[in-house]
Design a protein around this ligand. Structure first.
Ligand code: ADP
Ligand code: TRP
Length: 330
């Protein structure tokens, strides 16, 4: 049994990309491993959310974690800021992270491009906080989507540097994990890139979204004017629609549209209608469960208090040992 850690930033509701990139594996892993799944509320502060929105987003993620099937008896479910040991380890780990490597990180460069007016130090050291989240429980496996691969490589650099500096074999190396398969990148509806909350209105389908809105978004998804010869390679936008179908539709449905495409008789309107219905059928039971849980405040508070306690217990053991290795007096 290995130790597993993963988290999702609480910047809104969970979408299909989060589900197939990360959460589907959380659910599978909790059956076999010692799992810690948290809500990265401190990571969400880089965008300066208003307190009320911030609180609501954290609650949404707790609810959605439970609605998809994370079980507080099987895995430790907690809020990052409820475990102060993570913050202390983050401060310490900052001493072993070099500014140059942080500046070269792709996600940091992306943020600079998208938000040149808010390049705060928290963004620069985001990978250090993420590494601290993972190594505070000495985890080896981290279920995440493809976009997080570089952050894990950085985490391995930090732990190796720490181990080397103090001549210990203390922290294990953490690796991104997807049951031996390639890491997943779920495309968005805008014809390029990945599905994401911050990629623009209409690009993501949320687990809590109502059917009318799902239909509208999918019908508006970018497509093209259609193939003109048999077996023509697909454009990115069309490949994305097929990729989304592969997540939620039956194999017969997918091969039907593949054949239509290859024979140049495909009607994208029909394909999108089918994709929308299959997406709705997939999300409907989750949406129901999300609505039920939202009204059960007492249960949510119990889950979070229980998870926080278990996470602090594991975290304080690590932090105590790290302090000894570094040479603090107490
Ligand atoms: P967002 O990109 O919407 O802000 P997060 O960055 O909070 O979402 O991602 C949380 C988790 O979900 C990470 O493990 C990330 O790799 C995964 N994830 C997010 N979007 C996708 C996607 N489009 N495809 C695959 N995995 C994704
Ligand atoms: N950086 C991750 C994301 O944006 C969220 C995250 C924070 C995380 N800490 C983590 C993921 C630790 C895995 C492990 O999606």
């Amino acid at each position: 049994m290995e130790t597993v850690v993963s988290g999702i930033r609480s910047t809104g509701n969970l979408h299909i990309g989060n589900y197939f990139g990360a959460i589907k594996n959380f659910i599978r892993m909790q059956e076999e491993h010692n799992c810690f799944f948290f809500i990265a509320d401190m990571h969400a502060l880089t965008t300066h959310p208003k307190s009320e929105d911030f609180k609501q987003s954290v609650k949404n993620v707790v609810v959605e974690y439970l609605a998809v099937g994370l079980d507080p008896e099987k895995s430790t479910i907690y809020i990052q800021s409820d475990v102060p040991q993570i913050s202390e380890l983050y401060l310490l780990m900052n001493m072993y992270a070099y500014v140059g490597e942080l500046e070269r990180c792709t996600s940091f460069k992306d943020k600079i491009r998208k938000h040149p007016d808010n390049i705060n130090a928290g963004l620069l050291t985001y990978p250090v906080l993420m590494a601290s989240d993972i190594i505070i429980h000495k985890a080896t496996k981290v279920p995440v989507g493809k976009d997080q691969e570089q952050h894990l490589e950085m985490a391995r650099n930090f732990v190796n540097r720490f181990n080397h500096l103090y001549n210990v074999d203390y922290f294990p190396e953490p690796y991104a994990f997807n049951f031996g398969e390639n890491l997943v990148k779920v495309p968005g509806l805008d014809g390029s890139g990945k599905m994401g909350k911050s990629e623009g209105e209409g690009n993501a389908i949320f687990l809590s979204e109502d059917p009318a809105s799902i239909r509208k978004k999918i019908m508006r998804a970018v497509s093209d004017s259609g193939p003109t010869e048999a077996n023509q390679p697909k454009t990115e936008a069309i490949q994305n629609l097929f990729t989304l179908m592969s997540l939620v539709s039956k194999p017969e449905t997918i091969s039907f549209f593949e054949n239509e495409y290859n024979g140049c008789s495909i009607r994208y309107g029909d394909m999108k209608k089918q994709l929308a219905e299959d997406m709705i059928a997939f999300t409907a039971p989750l949406k129901d469960e999300i609505e039920k849980l939202h009204s059960n405040e007492k249960y949510l508070n119990e889950v979070i208090a229980y998870g926080g306690e278990k996470a602090r217990e594991s975290a304080s053991k690590t932090l105590k040992e790290v302090r000894e290795i570094i040479g603090f007096m107490h």
